[in-house]
Every structure is written in structure tokens, then in C-alpha cells.
Design a protein around this ligand. Structure first.
Ligand code: ARG
Length: 467
């Protein structure tokens, strides 16, 4: 079979130009779907044989040959090359070359339109759990670090200004919590796409007595899609996955921004391991956080994939349009990037050293206990707005005197409010401030311990296949 010849070229007297074929070919992108395509074809042919749409003997021969093609692809004995336009025609060509006429029955009652919708769902069904597994690995890494740092004080920030003291554990668990939702979003996307489009044909199903439920069952789907036009026309399952991945990258990218900041001499909260740092070609002293920067940078490519696919889809009338072929590059690129970034981030953060002395030192000096002073007054009966004013006045005085609140003599404090007594100094220590924030979700070590336990439990359940 010549390079430009297609299985379904019969309507045309002319063969397409080389350039035309090169332009429309997608095989170098969609060849990654080869095994999914074969799995779908085997289920389809089993159903065709069972329903009597094709003779059972032909069905058995096709299935055997498809199995052999799969084995040869897996062993490398067969390579997907550019002789076919896409992976569907490559497999069909190969099948027909191997078993002749029986192979021509494979495509009975099927279109590449329902076939590609199937292949993508099968691909995502297996790829999403792999990505989720990497999210879990990262969550496990973070909770392991958090477990060692429930009492490690650090400033919490708003506007990147020191705000109130928290703990490193509390901070890391915030990221882990975001990752948990990323895991769930991917799972949601996966469960919504778990319906078989096979039997939708090109757009309007088939007049042949196909058993859609059987192919769905054989392929492990929860059911069949409800409308043939919809089934071949939408790529929302790709877009949902991409948006979940884009959000995962948002989280990783923000965390990377912190790693970059924290590894500066100015912050000095984290020391990345030399294995996950880079040097400079000119400045001998440099130790750069390039991996964090690369993850932050690759986030743009994942967003790009999401926007690319949204844009591909936005103007398409029903049902299938060839524009949709452009979905796979974006989808695969995003899956690959997120997979790599999760692995690299977990290794980078897991091997870093935490400079707890620097974090503790940063807790004093920024008036991070001013809110605690106001709440101290509230506990003694002062309305909060008034207490806020008193604490603000004390902060002003401290700025004048160039000292932290806890260094002011009691006389100065009592001049601001006679409700203040000697016990205030203990309440103003960062340890006490953190300990006192003992609400669900708060930074008190007791609460963080509960949160770490819940996150670990989530990870363990997801490892066992639950959620
Ligand atoms: N390669 C195509 C895609 O990814 C497969 C479907 C082609 N269908 C068609 N009618 N040309 O969408």
C-alpha cells in the first residue's frame, strides 16, 4: 500500500498531493493511542461476532490478529510509522495486511469519529490515575515534612508582608489540601467521561444491530453515551481534564514561587539540595532554584493547552469537525508536563533542608502578634474595633521606639489600656499565638496534627483504590 493511499479513497479518482497528506496526518501524535485503539477494536469485534453482525469465525481471526499486533507493538517488533494517516487506519491497514478480507470487517458499524472519542476516553481513564498517583506521592512527601514541623514557627504572609505566625506544618498542609482537591477534580473528570461512545458511528449511530451495552461492559465503562451527535462532537472530557491539570499547575507554580523566594539569602527559609539546584556558567558562587523556575515556566504551556482546546472547540457546529483532531497534542503535552512536574517537585521539596532558625527569627520584629494583642483585649471585654485601635497605637509607639511589642514595658502597655496585665507577655510569644489559634483548620499544633492525619488517611485510601 502506497504512502498516500487510503482504505476509503474509492470515491476519488485522484490521489491527494503529498503535501495534503502530510498536512492532515496525525499519526505521529495519535500513535500513543495504539494500545487503546486495539483494546477498543477487540471489544467491538467481540460484540460484532456475538450479535451475528459478522461471522464468529471472522471475529475470532480479527481478535487474534489484533492481539498479535498489540504484542508486536509492545515488543517493538512492529513500529508505528508514517505510512498511514492516523493510528486507526494504521491498525486497520496492518490487520488487513496480516489476515486479508476478514480484516475488512473490523470497521463494521464504526466510524473514526466514535473511535477517536473512545480511544481518548480509554487513554484518559488510564492516564488520570497515574497522575493522581503522583499527586498522592507529593502529598505524602509534604505530610511527612509537616509531621516533623508541627512546632516549627514561621511567619504567615498576606500581601507578602508578615501577618501572623503559623507553623511550617500548617503552611505545607495548605498546599497538600489544594493538591487533594486537584486529585478529586481529576477523579470527577474521569468518572464523568466513563461512558462508551462506541456505536455512535460517524454521528447518527448505525442501522446494524450493535450491542452498545456489551462493548461498554467489555471495556469497563459505566454505561453508554446518551446521544450519538454529542458523543462524537464534544471534547469536554479533554477540557475538564486540562482545566484540572491547569489548576494543579497553578498550585505547583505558586508553591515554586515560594521555593524561589524562600531559597534567597533574604528569606533563607529553605536550602535546596545540590541535586536539585543548578550552577551558573559564569558566577562560581551561584546555586539556583532552576527546577522550581522551570515548573513555574511550564505552567504557561499547560494553560496554553487548555486555552488552545477551548479555542478549537468554541466555534464548531455539531457534530464532528476535523478541527477536533488538534486536541491531542494539547492534551498529551499537558499530561506529560504535569506528570514530570509532579515528580520533580516531590523530589526537590523532599530533599530540601528547612532552615527553622531563620523562620523562627522572622517571626519576631514584624508585629505579627498585634492581632493577638487586640484579641487579648477582646477577651477582657473591649469591643474589637476599639481593641484594634489600642493595638495599632501600641504598634505606632513600638515603631517610634524601634522595638517589638513584647519589649515594651508594662507601663507603656497599660497606658494604652489598663485592661492589659503582666500575663500579656506570655500571650504575645509567637508559640502562644499559634497555640491559641485552636479552631478547626487553624495552626495550633493539635489541629495541624488532625489535618496531617486526615491527609495521610486520604492518601492511604486513595492508594487502596478509594477516595
Ligand atoms: N484523526 C481524527 C481525529 O483525531 C480521527 C477522526 C477522523 N474523522 C474524520 N471524519 N476525518 O479527530
Amino acid at each position: 500500500m502506497g504512502r498516500t493511499q487510503k482504505l476509503w479513497q474509492g470515491r476519488f479518482a485522484e490521489t491527494p498531493d503529498e503535501d495534503a497528506v502530510a498536512f492532515e496526518t496525525s499519526i505521529f501524535v495519535d500513535r500513543r493511542l495504539a494500545l487503546d485503539d486495539i483494546a477498543g477494536s477487540i471489544a467491538h469485534v467481540e460484540m460484532l461476532g456475538n450479535t451475528g453482525v459478522i461471522p464468529e469465525g471472522d471475529g475470532a481471526r480479527i481478535i487474534e490478529a489484533l492481539g498479535a499486533i498489540r504484542d508486536d507493538l509492545e515488543s517493538g517488533a512492529l513500529q508505528v510509522d508514517g505510512t498511514s494517516e492516523d493510528i486507526h487506519s494504521f491498525i486497520e491497514n496492518e490487520l488487513t495486511a496480516r489476515i486479508g478480507d476478514a480484516g475488512k470487517k473490523l470497521h463494521t458499524g464504526r466510524s473514526r469519529n466514535d473511535q477517536i472519542a473512545l480511544d481518548e476516553r480509554l487513554y484518559l481513564r488510564r492516564t488520570i490515575p497515574a497522575l493522581q498517583g503522583k499527586i498522592i506521592t507529593l502529598m505524602e512527601t509534604l505530610t511527612a515534612i509537616a509531621g516533623n514541623h508541627r512546632f516549627t514557627l514561621m511567619p504567615g504572609y498576606t500581601h507578602l508582608q508578615r501577618a501572623q505566625p503559623v507553623t511550617l506544618a500548617h503552611h505545607l498542609c495548605a498546599w497538600a489540601e489544594m493538591l487533594r482537591r486537584d486529585w478529586e477534580r481529576l477523579g470527577d473528570a474521569r468518572s464523568r467521561m466513563n461512558l462508551s461512545p462506541l456505536g455512535s458511528g460517524a454521528l447518527a449511530a448505525s442501522s446494524l444491530p450493535l450491542d452498545r451495552e456489551e462493548t461498554a461492559r467489555r471495556l469497563g465503562f459505566g454505561g453508554v453515551t446518551a446521544n450519538s451527535l454529542d458523543a462524537v462532537a464534544d471534547r469536554d472530557y479533554c477540557i475538564e481534564t486540562l482545566s484540572a491539570l491547569a489548576l494543579t499547575m497553578t498550585h505547583l507554580s505558586r508553591f515554586c514561587e515560594e521555593v524561589v523566594l524562600w531559597s534567597t539569602e533574604e528569606f533563607g527559609f529553605i536550602a535546596l539540595s545540590e541535586r536539585w539546584s543548578t550552577g551558573s556558567s559564569i558566577m562560581p558562587q551561584k546555586k539556583n532554584p532552576d527546577f522550581a523556575e522551570l515548573i513555574r515556566g511550564r505552567t504557561g504551556r499547560v494553560y496554553g493547552s487548555l486555552v488552545a482546546l477551548l479555542t478549537v472547540m468554541k466555534g464548531l457546529p455539531l457534530s464532528y469537525n476535523r478541527d477536533m483532531q488538534e486536541d491531542k497534542q494539547s492534551l498529551f503535552d499537558a499530561c506529560d508536563i504535569v506528570s514530570d512536574c509532579l515528580t520533580v517537585f516531590a523530589a526537590m521539596i523532599g530533599s530540601a533542608a528547612w532552615r527553622v532558625d531563620r523562620m523562627r527569627a522572622a517571626c519576631s520584629g514584624g508585629f505579627g502578634n498585634a492581632t493577638d494583642l487586640a484579641e487579648y483585649l477582646v477577651r477582657r471585654g473591649m469591643p474589637f474595633r476599639e481593641a484594634h485601635g489600642v493595638a495599632a497605637g501600641i504598634v505606632r509607639l513600638c515603631i517610634e521606639k524601634n522595638c517589638p511589642i513584647e519589649d515594651l514595658p508594662l507601663g507603656d502597655l497599660r497606658a494604652a489600656s489598663p485592661l492589659i496585665e503582666g500575663d500579656v507577655y506570655d500571650k504575645l510569644r509567637p508559640e502562644s499565638c499559634v497555640e491559641a489559634r485552636d479552631l478547626p483548620g487553624g495552626p495550633a499544633p493539635r489541629r495541624t496534627e488532625e489535618h496531617i492525619a486526615a491527609l495521610r488517611d486520604f492518601c492511604a485510601r486513595s492508594r487502596q483504590g478509594g477516595s
